[in-house]
Write a protein that binds this ligand. Sequence first.
Ligand SMILES: [Zn+2]
Length: 248
Amino acid sequence: MTETSGRFRETGAIHVWHGRVGDQTLPSDLLVLGDDELRLAGRASDLRATHYAGVHAAVRRVLGSCYLGVSPADVRFGRHACPRCADPGHGRPRIEHPVTALDFSLSRSGPHWLLAVTAGEQVGVDIERCAPDQVAEVALTDDELDLMRRADLPERRQELFYRAWTRKEAVLKACGVGMVAELRDLETRPADAGPVTVGYGEPGLAGRWYVRDLALGPGLVGALAQDAGRVRPVVIRQAESLPGMWQL
Ligand SMILES: [Zn+2]
């Protein structure tokens, strides 16, 4: 099952891959990573390094084997310039080799990962594992804060927070400005089960983003942001449901 970027573009869909890696580093994972990835994995503590290496190996396998038709080890990543300051050091990640119209967005939370793949679109994804009492009020707009303070149950409060948080991160990742942006200005209307349209612009980029929440299983929250001017269908794919892919 290899989807060339041409065929993929014709479908117009956004593919969202969801997977979970194990807690042991596999030698076969290390073999497909690039030098930068190995260096970053080497700097992290044990479990974090294992998850980082596992996720990046899985992403290379999905992109290389299912879309680009190259060996996972041969995929080379780079970055777009940041739309705000033109710095190529912290823009959105991109595929440098092979030359392709494919675009992607990756999010990790512990062993869980989410990868959106598109042809020529700009999208952002975020995945978070819910942790009790992890409400970061500094990131919320006044309306979001007010809503959360009025929530009577802690579970409801947590649900609202993670919905707001993942929506914000997905939009900022689609823009490529990272978390330096003004989170408090980004109103995500978490009382609305969605999809919602969120206003947020950067020079030369869509100012309105269509954001949907993704059902990923118990304890996980995810969101996907895409240009509200041309909303694409979304196909969710479970990485584990592709036996044989990992041998490629
Ligand atoms: Zn910048």
